[in-house]
Design a protein around this ligand. Sequence first.
Ligand code: FES
Length: 97
Amino acid sequence: MRGKRVDGASGRGKPIEVRLNGQPVEAYEGETVLALLILHGERAGAPERGPFCNMGVCHDCLVTLSHSDQAHPREARACLTAATDGMSVFIGPGGRR
Ligand code: FES
């Protein structure tokens, strides 16, 4: 996935462990969950729409998140949520779960 990230000029956070639908994916501190979805060719939301505004308004980027320090998974807008170490992101085929 190097080809889709800006290298060099912007600096990058530390590598973190994130799973996307159960599979480990390359991720760095400071990236949003939506950035990870785009980088890995996935999309959240309804299949005919997908993420639209990238600023928390449309809710078309909803995903289910779980983390080892949380008791229950929760839904969140991928465009407003920073990826964190140990996070698991779930989306269904063609959209959210
Ligand atoms: S893309 Fe619109 S709320 Fe996330």
